[in-house]
Design a protein around this ligand. Structure first.
Ligand SMILES: [Zn+2]
Length: 347
């Protein structure tokens, strides 16, 4: 199977995230991508290639161009103030701040801008962030091109991840929504509907937001029930899309301690929805943070289940782009990804 990756992810290397007022070592580290790459190489069943530069067009087809401009300028403007370290918001634009007064304009200062575009405190910007996020988007697009070119499946080793990034806001370790950018590219290139299946532990609020009113992109997510799990404000089963997208969003919340068997039962429900949706192309947002050992999950999946999840996804018979999202237990990450991909590929 073709696997696309870029070494430029390594420039995005913040050391900390802020959780509930505490500054802790960040979980989303460069070693994640290196662990996956090492496992792909060791397996021998994957050809690793670099991404092709797609420019800003496919990104701006999904995200607010002003947010992309901000990401490009953020670190430079912060450094120009004589600041360094890691850029994290200390004031975030909560909708209640301007209730009844109309929308806020984007501030001009770095302190104001970061809180205008970012929704939380776990997604720091550093010197190499912009280059890394642009590379990650190209990695996803290049994998999408591979299936457009006839590959049955391709893997995009994206880092940083993307599914928490919405049209005009970023956070949750995510800056640009790599899977959504790839899905939109596939819709435009094929003229056909595309399904997105999200199996990261967390609800992909960004992907859901981006395709909420779209009837030509199905979004199906299995995730830790957001009544207890991040990102808290989206992901309930009552959310099914609106307008032309009514019925094209499906959320399957997972119980705490969810076992392999229970997960596979719920996965089958999600796959039924994909199978009933028109089109021949599937994008998978693959997160390995469903594994019991993962430091930020409360499910109980074992490493043995990932090949079976992959096999059931592959059995849909759709051409498939697998985009890497989360997964933070470094010792298992590579094995889990390879197991999933071998399942998808029927190997
Ligand atoms: Zn996640």
């Amino acid at each position: 199977m073709l696997a696309v990756w870029s070494g430029r992810h390594a420039g995005h290397d913040p050391q900390h995230e802020v959780q509930f007022g505490e500054r802790i070592p960040i979980y989303e580290v460069p070693a994640r991508a290196e662990a996956i790459r090492a496992a792909l190489e060791a397996d021998g069943g994957f050809s690793l290639v670099g991404p092709r530069d797609h420019g800003t067009g496919p990104i701006e087809a999904v995200h607010d161009p002003a947010m992309l401009r901000y990401l490009e300028e953020a670190w430079r403007d912060w450094e120009a103030l004589g600041r360094g370290g890691e850029l994290v918001p200390h004031t975030v634009l909560h909708p209640g701040l301007r209730e009844g007064m109309g929308p806020a304009a984007e501030p001009s200062t770095p302190a104001g801008r970061i809180g205008f575009w970012c929704f939380e405190t776990m997604t720091p910007i550093v010197a190499g962030t912009y280059e890394a996020v642009r590379a990650a988007a190209d990695v996803g697009l290049t994998a999408a091109d591979a299936v457009l070119g006839g590959e049955r499946a391709a893997y995009a080793l994206c880092r940083p991840p993307g599914h928490h990034a919405a049209r005009a806001v970023f956070g949750g370790y995510c800056f640009l929504n790599n899977a959504a950018i790839a899905a939109e590219h596939l819709v435009r290139e094929t003229g056909e509907p595309v399904a997105v299946l999200d199996v990261d532990y967390h609800h992909g609020n960004g992907t859901q937001q981006l395709f909420w009113e779209r009837g030509d992109v199905l979004y199906v997510s299995l995730h830790g029930d957001t009544r207890r799990a991040y990102p808290y404000f989206t992901g309930s089963p009552e959310e099914t899309g609106a307008g032309r997208g009514r019925g094209a969003t499906m959320n399957v919340p997972l119980p705490e301690g969810c076992s392999d068997d229970r997960y596979l039962d719920l996965l089958d429900r999600a796959l039924e929805a994909v199978a009933g949706f028109p089109g021949e192309t599937l994008v998978v947002s693959l997160g390995l943070d469903t594994l019991a050992e993962d430091p930020i999950t409360d499910l109980a999946l074992t490493l043995d289940v990932y090949p079976e999840i992959g096999r059931r996804v592959g059995a849909l018979g759709r051409r498939t782009v697998v985009v890497q999202e989360g997964g933070y237990h470094l010792p298992s990450l590579g094995e889990g990804v390879v197991g999933f991909l071998r399942g998808v590929g029927g190997g």
